[in-house]
Design a binder for this molecule. Structure first.
Ligand code: SF4
Length: 445
């Protein structure tokens, strides 16, 4: 049985040469599903990830499995409709299919709702036996111990910055009102046995390890155990946490010893009221300066993410945020528009207020405005985010943001990452609504 796994990508992230190669690391989801294919099916899997290569329209397969998030849903449906018109059954899963299963079903023979670790192998057995169901519902607390290593050998390895991505913890202990993750998968935190994670990391070539999990400190006790076990491996690792890491000196010391070199933190806003509004009470805005200093003292660089467009944001928010990025010396500031993903409390609130203005999911990519902002126009929000990028990624700002006192030895890495993001900032306005929603490269059925 030939099984083709597809990960369609939005226009901004679709592979188009060197620039994208520099910014993407190997995804895990489809490689894991390929590894979970039941052995008795003798399946021959292939993976097409659009951040790394085009999806061929003449693809030959017995079944096509598509993963989609909201921003890629329209494109995923277009692929699904096309391949179904060629007589190939299509299975759709992922966050968007989980929150909008009935919509996804209009374009697929089968929808995987929730986590697919247990249900996907069952669906494949059912397909082989000719009894594929329309929906499979995964438990939110699946056991992920002893599971196989993802088949990253199926990815185009030279198109990623690294193949060394590993999952250790699934889920988040917070429930931010805009985040699709708790809406789709609940608040359960599932951990993989430390020995499984360490064994997988030992198979990696090279020094770098990336943990793409949404919150590495969702279970503090587990994080301490895992990163203590990583110390002897002498790796350099990167991952995502919340700002709560700044308050845990013991864990921070373990992070340093285990080789943590970079963290992505969701600072979200310079308005404390917004943190309350989006249910991200873990963030205290006037602590951002010392959190940055503390992380730099531990040799950790920070990608700091901010989301514009909350009901507390006025047109001065862009400049205030850029100033904070400069004064707090945030190594890689990243800006997005707070986006109401379907099913989230934020979406429901805006819907109730009749403020949702876009129904093309391709624009739900956190870079486009899909609702009426409260204290500015759509155009002001769009222009503002562009200005924030430019204010933080001018050459002067790049040098101004660098913390020479604390992280001097990482200057080269800092500069390389900033050059990458400067390029991103400059290309930003090329991806307007017409480019984002254009799927004319896939025949319409
Ligand atoms: S902390 Fe991050 S992953 Fe967790 S709910 Fe909030 S935005 Fe989502």
């Amino acid at each position: 049985m030939k099984v083709a796994f597809l990960a369609p990508a939005g226009a901004m992230h679709r592979y188009n040469g060197m620039f994208h190669k520099n910014l993407h690391y190997a995804p895990i989801t489809l490689a894991l599903l390929a590894a979970l294919l039941p052995a008795e099916l003798n399946a021959e899997p292939v993976i097409y990830d659009e951040t790394a290569e085009a999806i061929p329209l003449d693809l030959k397969a017995d079944v096509i499995c598509i993963t989609c998030i909201t921003g890629t849903a329209e494109r995923s449906y277009r692929f699904a409709d096309y391949f179904r018109s060629r007589g190939i059954p299509v299975i759709i899963g992922g966050v968007h299919a989980t929150v909008m299963p009935d919509e996804a079903k209009q374009h697929a023979d089968c929808v995987m709702v929730g986590l697919g670790d247990e249900t996907f192998p069952q669906a494949m057995r059912d397909l082989a036996a000719g009894r594929l169901k329309e929906f499979y519902y995964g438990h939110s607390c699946v056991d992920i111990s002893g599971r196989p290593i993802p088949r990253k050998d199926l990815l185009k390895k030279d198109r990623y910055i690294t193949l060394n991505t590993v999952e250790c913890v699934r889920g988040c202990n917070h429930a931010c009102s805009f985040c699709a993750y708790p809406t789709a998968f609940g608040k359960h935190v599932i951990t993989r046995p430390v020995e499984d994670v360490i064994a997988e990391i030992k198979t990696f070539k090279g020094k770098i390890v990336i943990f793409p999990d949404v919150n590495l400190i969702a279970d503090i006790k587990y994080a301490k155990e895992l990163f203590t076990a990583m110390i002897p491996l002498k790796k350099w690792w990167f991952g995502l946490t919340t700002t709560a890491i700044g308050h845990n000196d013991e864990l921070l010391a373990v992070f340093k010893k285990s080789g943590c070199k970079g963290l992505l933190l969701g600072f979200e806003s310079v308005n404390q009221e917004t943190q309350k509004d989006i249910n991200k009470g873990v963030n205290t805005v006037n602590e951002y300066d010392w959190i940055m200093q503390k992380l730099h003292d531990h040799g950790i660089l920070v990608m700091g993410c901010f989301a514009f467009g909350s009901d507390e944001d006025h047109t001065d928010v862009f400049k205030r945020t850029a100033q904070l990025c400069l004064s707090a010396k945030i190594d890689l500031p990243r800006f997005s528009i707070i986006t109401p993903f379907p099913g989230t409390p934020f979406y429901n609130e805006l819907k109730e207020q009749d403020r949702i203005t876009e129904d093309d999911w391709a624009l739900y990519d956190v870079e486009h405005v899909v609702y009426k902002p409260k204290n500015m126009t759509k155009q002001e929000l769009e222009r503002g985010i562009e200005e924030a990028w430019m204010m933080c990624y001018s050459w002067k700002a790049i040098f101004q943001r660098f913390d020479f006192k604390r992280i001097k030895r990482w200057f080269f890495i800092y500069l390389l990452c900033n050059i990458g993001y400067r390029k991103y900032a400059k290309n930003f306005n090329k991806y307007d609504e017409s480019v984002m929603t254009d799927n004319s490269d896939i025949p319409e059925v």
